[in-house]
Each structure stands twice: as C-alpha cells, then as structure tokens.
Design a protein around this ligand. Structure first.
Ligand code: SME
Length: 148
C-alpha cells in the first residue's frame, strides 16, 4: 500500500473507532499492508517504563516492559527522537526479541513535547526503513498522539 493511502485509512480509523479499538486496528493495518514490517507494536509510557500495548506479528515478545533507559525503545522514549537501526547486530543498545529481526525503527508518540508512547517496528530485512518510512510513521505517531 502507498504511504498516502495508508495515512488516509488511518485517519478514517481514528475518526470512526473508539480509542480502545483504533490502536489495534492501526497496528493491524501497518502489519498487513507493508510486507517489510515483520512485527508492529505500540508501547505506552507508564511511569519510568514502556509497556507493550497493541501489537501484531507472528511471535510474542518477552519485552513487554522496557525501562525508559534501556534498548532502542528506551532511547527513543528518552530523547523523543526517532531511532532507525539498519543492522540490529551492530547496535549495542538493541534488546533482542526475535532471531529473525535485522532492522528496526522506533518512532515516539508525543503531545506537547511529552513522550506518551511509541511505534516500534521490526523487519526481517536488513536496512528496511528509509526516510519515507520515517516521515510516514512520524505522521502516524502525530495522529495517534491525540488518541492515547
Ligand atoms: N528491540 C527493542 C525491544 C522491543 S522488540 O523489538 C519488540 C529494543 O531494543 O528496545
């Protein structure tokens, strides 16, 4: 699916669905429409940790609670900046969830500069994420910020 079409669908989901179901539907859409997105999850900040919310993929992760200072997820939540890891084997911060993962993108969801959560996507392909994914997912995070 084209990024623009996905953006349109996500806006529609946010308009039509209550927050309780919207996040899961958006996670499902990202997973199903973008083949290179091998695992998609939303983590929500709770105190000093990230807690796993809606997710979709073929495997469950043991990292359902990540302290803010740990992992690529914790780094993105602490800095408020998108983290793009082309090769997870070369990033010392990386917390491994799936043996098949090669690259990862983590995009913070912020409201008035406060990080509320993040979109975490793993890919089984090396360097799967580029500037277009970053731009698209940052827009999605922005849309989500008023719904979580
Ligand atoms: N790899 C992440 C942990 C979450 S899993 O990818 C689902 C990290 O390094 O923070």
């Amino acid at each position: 699916m084209e990024y623009r079409a996905a953006e349109h669908k996500i806006r529609q989901i946010l308009r039509e669905q209550p927050p309780s179901t919207a996040l899961q539907k958006i996670v499902d859409l990202l997973y199903e429409e973008f083949e290179k997105y091998s695992w998609v999850g939303i983590y929500l900040v709770n105190g000093s940790a990230l807690e796993l919310g809606p997710w979709k993929g073929t495997q469950t992760t043991e990292h359902t609670r990540i302290p803010l200072g740990q992992g690529v997820c914790g780094a993105a939540a602490s800095s408020g900046k998108t983290e793009l890891v082309d090769d997870v084997t070369k990033d010392a911060r990386y917390l491994s969830c799936f043996l098949s993962t090669r690259s990862e993108i983590v995009v913070p969801i912020k409201r008035s500069q406060v990080v509320l959560g993040e979109i975490d996507i793993d890919s089984d392909r090396p360097a799967a994420f580029d500037a277009n994914d970053k731009m698209f997912l940052e827009k999605v995070a922005d849309m989500l910020s008023t719904h979580i």
